[in-house]
Ligand binder design. Structure first.
Ligand code: FE2
Length: 221
């Protein structure tokens, strides 16, 4: 059996900056239609539309293309964002419901009552919503946005901290065992070169048209 090129470590990862990155500013997806997307994220999910910016060239490449970049604000002031780009070479299949393993986004609420109230509200808005599903450490309900993105709302289980602490203790060892157990199946599917690389092969990415134009808001210290 081939061994992974990079051995699993039991040491804590080195934190190279003084402050770890602390939250998501935004996640961004492609949408079929800005207004359809606004309906779901604003009226069903309750995230107000904060920005609907229209551009006619792609940042970096300068490619001429009309698109809108939309931002909906979550309860913690961060954003779920979308691109509406009608002239891109996409079709309806881009927006088929993605399997939860491929793509989903989870938001947190505080109590089981709130979670059930969310399910009732979402169903009332005409969107199928299922759950709560008991995952042990969290309980979740699920639905889809109009762009095929699975959306989850979750609450922490009563023993959340205890369960997470227990899982954290064994995580590196469990991952190591899993990697060894599944390696052969993955070698057959992906090959050793793909499996052992760290990052994608940039030799196959055309960066020639990318212009770097960073204007820092703060002077470096
Ligand atoms: Fe999840």
């Amino acid at each position: 059996m081939n061994q992974p090129a990079v051995a699993a470590t039991t040491e804590r990862p080195q934190i190279i900056l003084k402050t770890p990155l602390h939250h998501i500013h935004h996640v961004a997806y492609r949408c079929r239609d800005a207004e359809q997307t606004r309906w779901f994220w604003e009226e069903v999910m309750g995230f107000p539309l904060r920005m609907a910016m229209v551009f006619d060239d792609e940042p970096g490449s300068g490619r001429k293309i009309d698109y809108m970049h939309l931002f909906f604000e979550m309860g913690d002031n961060n954003f779920v964002a979308f691109f509406d780009s009608p002239d891109d070479n996409i079709n309806e299949s881009t927006f088929t419901a993605r399997h939860g393993f491929d793509l989903h986004i989870a938001f947190e609420c505080d109590t089981l009552e709130e979670l059930k109230a969310w399910r009732r509200h979402i169903n009332k808005m005409g969107r199928p919503c299922f759950g709560p599903i008991d995952h042990g450490f969290i309980h979740s309900i699920y639905m889809y946005d109009p762009n095929g993105i699975q959306v989850e709302i979750t609450i922490k289980a009563e023993k959340y901290a205890e369960i997470c602490a227990h899982e954290t203790e064994g995580a590196r060892e469990i991952l190591k065992d899993w990697t060894a157990k599944t390696r052969e199946r993955k070698l057959q599917k992906f090959g050793a070169e793909a499996l052992d690389m760290r990052g994608i092969d940039m030799g196959k990415v055309d960066m020639s048209k990318v212009k770097v134009d960073i204007k820092p808001h703060h002077k470096p210290e």
